[in-house]
Design a protein around this ligand. Structure first.
Ligand code: SF4
Length: 726
């Protein structure tokens, strides 16, 4: 017992001492750092510069990195509280191996030996491709590059994909088809320089909040937001287009129809830089304003107004995120966006871009340097020239490089259900919350002979199922680079040591390579992530995503720089792709793509009368593994909710804050708090996807884009019932 405290003699003055600090003002002494470490935010792809305040070896504060070119001294609520994610009770600290049905602590030697031995015996028995790997957009680029080599050349399987397929694979596929390569062509600055900004399926205010300052800085623009919900971003718009769910492709084709009919096509640009116009024109004959109005539920006037504004803009910017990507028509919709940009020549100029705003902090890094949907450096699996070039840089036999992409994420899950994938390695992702139709996933995972989960946190719903848990360092505990949505490469720095025996993913990959006996061949002389970065620079040289002029020194000097940056190029100039109208296709011309609209796969009706839309909220990050540990964010948004229009609630006899169940043909989410709001239109309901306890993915549909394999998270048919505990 503390007698001084009991007698009232100890007033905890040290515990509650405050002092003035030049950066944070009057602050608790415990939160005044000894020093600040500059780094890059580890949540979303905006890529804000941030500084971690460190006191006595612990992260105690976060503040904007004032010199960083992206966020200009601001952070969103997640960034401002990011240091809280490091020192939490649910960090994975030691390797854990399942013995006698329980996860027990083991040493790294045993953990990695068992992992390599189990993977090898599985592959020996069932074939190399019986091993699958699911990675993430959370690692640093150097780790993606290292992991890709390890999986493809070390373990010899190409059944390798990442959670990025759940997020922006349709943007990747769409860019590849339209322009011959992945790579967002524009820059954030374009939002400031456009006279028309069309955001489609993009709720920046919740999901990429710092980008809103680029919109706000542009006082002369017309902002058009196409979204079935009156999202926070829609509330900022000059024109909100509340289109019916999944009618965006019809809207885009309808705009293209009007552009052609009203002679708003840049004929010179089209003739010089694109092919396929005649076919597109034929397809668009079916997208008259009358028909598009019927499909979208918008007035013909609104469709005309949008088309004329975009068509007459000196610089037109179209941004999109998951509202477009999360669909069986995601790739086609991206192609339709690119069609509009090509028709009007709105690409490769200041303010003019078809711009995919991506999801995770380093989704772009894995697109460029990873080995999942492309060979490193946007090389194509199917190109013998690309494979030969890469093999020659690495000094390996060309036959070791796969000539086709392996299974994509949902196909890995299906292969596990079919017992073709027998061992799985999941890295820094939590599919037991994030994957659609959880029932199928759980079936697949339960079929595995061996499941390894490498993560910074334990327990998570996914680590709890693992046979082996490898504890990894997270943001703030390791070094490398992230690339953001505008192709800007930014340094990630270590501020504190990882907890317990957790190691950086990079160190884990090298240790596995050591046991596989391929470390010297694949990573000759490597000891640091900078070694990986320097090799990656060479691999990217001469490619669209050329990093050869970027070094850690340059990043320290400039804060962050955009690719392509060939050696000797000026890092301070805003970079855009396709400024010369030459694309990454064999003939240098972009492709018009005939992207035809179709209704979404599971229409509402009968027992399932509502269309369920899913999405995010500003306070949380993906499966909430991190943000549930941040007190202020958790207090702001502690539980899931279901948004419903009051007119529907009246019919069902439901009231605000009632506890309801959401039911689909696949499952039931119990005990969700009902919110009545006009934000959501009658016939639709919306639920955030962050919450494991009330997981919307119990009811979402496992329907996928046929090209990108991205899930159709955004629409499925549900009914809403009063919950048992209402
Ligand atoms: S906008 Fe994104 S990158 Fe910037 S602070 Fe917020 S979460 Fe981090």
């Amino acid at each position: 017992m503390n007698w001084k405290r009991t007698l009232g003699l100890d007033n905890l003055s040290e515990e509650y001492a405050f002092a003035r600090n030049e950066s944070t003002g009057y602050t608790s002494v415990k939160k005044i750092p000894d020093h600040w470490i500059p780094t890059t935010c580890g949540y979303c792809s905006v890529g804000c510069g941030i500084e971690i305040g460190v006191k006595d070896g612990r992260a105690v504060a976060s503040r904007p990195f004032a010199l960083h070119p992206v966020n200009r001294g601001k952070l969103c609520p997640k960034g401002l509280s990011e240091h809280y994610i490091i020192d939490t009770d649910n960090r994975a600290k030691y390797p854990l191996l399942r013995k006698g049905g329980k996860l027990v602590r083991v040493g790294w030697d045993e953990a990695l030996s068992v992992m390599v031995e189990r993977f090898r015996t599985t592959q020996a028995e069932y074939g190399a491709e019986s091993l699958g790997v699911l990675s993430t957009g959370q690692l640093v680029t150097e780790e993606f590059y290292t992991l890709g080599k390890l999986v493809q050349l070390g373990f010899g399987t190409n059944n390798y994909d990442g959670n990025t397929t759940l997020c922006m694979a349709s943007a990747v596929s769409g860019y590849k088809i339209s322009f011959g390569s992945d790579g967002p062509p524009g820059a954030y600055e374009d939002m400031e320089r456009a006279d028309v900004v069309l955001l489609i399926g993009a709720n920046l205010a919740d999901n990429h909040p710092i980008l809103c300052q680029y919109l706000e800085a542009n006082r002369n623009k017309t902002l058009i937001v196409a979204d079935p919900r009156v999202s926070k971003t829609a509330m900022m718009a000059d024109i909100h287009l509340p289109l019916k769910p999944r009618s965006d492709l019809a809207l885009l084709n309808g705009i293209a129809y009007i552009l052609i009919r009203y002679n708003l096509v840049d004929r010179d640009y089209v003739e010089k830089h694109a092919t396929g116009f005649a076919d597109l024109e034929r397809l668009l004959e079916g997208y008259t304003p009358e028909r598009v109005a019927e499909i979208t539920g918008l007035s013909q006037e609104a469709i005309f107004k949008t088309a004329l504004l975009y068509g007459r803009a000196k610089a037109g910017f179209i941004g999109w995120t998951m509202g477009v990507n999360h669909s069986t028509l995601g790739t086609a919709t991206v192609n339709a966006i690119c069609n509009l940009a090509l028709l009007t020549g709105n690409i490769g100029r200041a303010g003019a871009a078809p711009f995919s705003i991506t999801g995770q902090c380093n989704a772009m890094g894995t697109r460029e340097a990873g080995f999942a949907s492309s060979l490193p450096g946007y090389r194509k699996f199917e190109s013998a020239t690309d494979r030969a070039e890469l093999a020659s840089i690495w000094g390996v036999d060309e036959s070791r490089l796969p000539a086709k992409r392996g299974l994509a994420y949902p196909d890995i899950v299906e292969a596990a259900v079919a017992k073709k994938i027998r061992a799985l390695w999941i890295i820094a992702t939590n599919p037991l919350v994030s994957y659609p139709n959880q029932d199928v996933l759980q079936h697949g995972l339960s079929n595995l002979d061996f499941l390894v989960v490498q993560d910074g946190y334990h327990p998570t719903p996914t680590t709890e199922l693992a046979d082996l848990v490898l504890p990894a360092a997270i943001w703030g505990e390791k070094e490398g680079t992230y690339t953001n949505s505008e192709r800007r490469v930014s340094k990630v720095n270590k501020a504190v040591e990882p907890p317990g025996e957790a190691r950086s993913d990079f160190d884990i990959f090298l240790s596995i390579a050591e046991r596989l006996g391929c470390r010297d061949e694949l990573y000759p002389g490597w000891t640091t992530v900078e070694d990986a970065f320097n090799e990656w620079r060479c691999v990217s040289q001469g490619r669209l995503c050329d990093y050869s002029g970027i070094s850690y020194g340059l990043l320290a000097e400039h804060g962050a720089v955009q690719w392509p940056l060939p050696e000797g190029a000026d890092p301070s100039v805003t970079s855009r792709l396709y400024t010369d109208g030459r694309f990454q296709t064999p003939d240098g011309r972009a492709r018009f793509v005939c992207a035809d609209w179709a209704p979404f796969p599971e229409q509402p009706g009968g027992n399932y009368p509502f269309v369920l839309n899913t999405g995010r909220t500003v306070e949380h990050w993906h499966t909430r593994t991190k943000t549930r540990e941040v007190p202020i964010l958790e207090r702001l948004s502690p539980r899931a909710w279901l948004e419903m229009n009051p007119r529907d609630a009246k019919v069902l006899g439901l009231r605000s804050h009632d506890s309801v169940d959401v039911v689909s043909r696949r499952g039931r989410v119990r005990g969700v708090e009902l919110r009545l709001t006009e934000i959501t239109a009658p016939g639709q309901v919306f639920m955030p996807f962050h919450f494991a306890e009330t997981n919307v993915n119990e009811v979402t549909q496992d329907a996928f884009d046929p090209i990108s394999r991205e899930p159709n998270y955004k629409q499925c048919a549900v009914r809403v019932e009063r919950g048992a505990n209402a």
